[in-house]
Design a protein around this ligand. Sequence first.
Ligand SMILES: Nc1ncnc2c1ncn2[C@@H]1O[C@H](COP(=O)(O)OP(=O)(O)O)[C@@H](O)[C@H]1O
Ligand SMILES: [Mg+2]
Length: 315
Amino acid sequence: MIQVENLRKEFGTKTAVDGVSFSVQKGEVLGFLGPNGAGKSTTMRMVTGYFRPTSGQIRVGGVDMLENPEEAKRSIGYLPENAPLYSDMTVGSFLGFCAELRGLRGAARDKAIDRVLETCFLESVRNQSVDTLSKGYKHRTCFAQSIIHDPDVLILDEPTDGLDPNQKHEVRNLIKRMGENKAIVFSTHILEEVEAACSRAIIIDRGKVVADGTPAELKQRGNAVVRVVIKGAAGGSIRAEIEKINGVHQIEPGLSSDEQFSGRVLVTKGRKSADIAREIFGLASGQKWQLEELHQDEGKLDEIFRSITRSDTAV
Ligand SMILES: Nc1ncnc2c1ncn2[C@@H]1O[C@H](COP(=O)(O)OP(=O)(O)O)[C@@H](O)[C@H]1O
Ligand SMILES: [Mg+2]
């Protein structure tokens, strides 16, 4: 349903999107993950025909977006970042207006409104004006707008941003449910959303795709981590002993002092964090140090995300 090849977008001298390629089939929910400024929104704006790419190809439902934008856009529903609403309209009339923009008239229009009111749990506020809605209802109204024409393709830019945990949960379920017969791309920087709703995920960093796979595949790409706090000796000397353990890949020190070591121990790929945790436990008891904390994070998605997208610490 969506085929994107070698997409680039330059703003002046800045390259916001740098050779991004991906495809999404019907029945697939693709998570678009990346830190702020990675190029997620810019990519989505190009896929929806809102920005013209500097170069690259976009096909939606087999239609070329650059050659045939009107036709390509017909099969797309788009929830932009900070989606706009007409605050003096009622929810029902706003959705009716959106339906008409999509060419729906008469009974088809009314049916579409009823359908999205039901899908997005908005029936109770149908006749309420938009500016009197709570944030969650406003958001769902934006969401309803994006699916009013029952599109085959849905592009959702941070659809859970600014929602409370219950609302996030609801929106994720909605995405998952709709993903059964649509092609959906949604961006987020929340890792658990990817596990909760996506069949596949792409990690994008500084305009480039740096990882692409199912959540399970992505998990296998990272180092497991053991987080440790040990007291009883100088941080530096405890660290030096941990470093000697076979299977320790690297240590990221935290707040250490003359009396304690605190840090994250990255486990060599292919080795289990449980084994390394046991070694550290043995080391601490042998040395008569006090083990204050010992946590295993076995291939967590957010560890992988952190290790792949270190734009904050990269020089
Ligand atoms: N219209 C624009 N003009 C100039 N720079 C832009 C514009 N839109 C986005 N950028 C820049 O492109 C980069 C990617 O932005 P964006 O796609 O919004 O990232 P994300 O959605 O992943 O947070 C950022 O550095 C941003 O400042
Ligand atoms: Mg964005």
